[in-house]
Ligand binder design. Structure first.
Ligand code: ASC
Length: 150
């Protein structure tokens, strides 16, 4: 529980620093692509585990959901720094760079939804978790529809 509070606090700090700050440097475009795909993979894994609980496919365990939501909240801050100019490729659509303001707005929506999901998960109220999970899933989907190659 203490760790998750730290993660929540550090998520706020990272958000405050700003998604635009180039925290990570990449030697090659492929390194950036690998980085963002890896973070999305881990986010998807934890999000999916919460999804199984929300859909009634797995029993609700408060600590497990809280842990996975903290992972999603923390990692949700990471992929965006790996979409710098010159890192086109992977499943990224060119609109990420041609309409970067829209992409940035979508990424911020997702990060805020992840913070909400984490708050609900730490509180342990399953109904709030379900609502916050649905809202977060919409932000994933919205960005995939607009910016991810099919
Ligand atoms: C997931 C996952 C996504 C999102 C999205 C929500 O579990 O891997 O990409 O949810 O499907 O619509």
């Amino acid at each position: 529980m203490k760790l998750q509070k730290i993660i929540l606090a550090s998520t706020a700090v990272v958000l405050a620093i700003g998604a635009g700050a180039a925290i990570a440097q990449f030697q090659k475009p492929e390194d950036a692509i690998k980085y963002r795909q890896s973070t999305f993979t881990v986010i998807g894994n934890s999000f999916g585990k919460i999804g199984a609980v929300v859909k009634g496919e797995a029993p609700y365990n408060k600590d497990e959901v809280a842990k996975n939501a903290a992972i999603v909240a923390m990692l949700s801050t990471l992929p965006w720094q790996a979409f710098g100019l010159g890192t086109e490729g992977g499943k990224a659509q060119s609109d990420i760079w041609s309409d970067n303001a829209k992409f940035k707005a979508a990424s911020e929506k997702m990060q805020l939804a992840a913070v909400d999901l984490n708050k609900a998960a730490q509180s342990g109220d399953l109904e709030s978790i379900k609502k916050a999970f649905g809202a977060a899933g919409q932000t994933c989907k919205g960005c995939h529809d607009d910016f991810r190659k099919k």
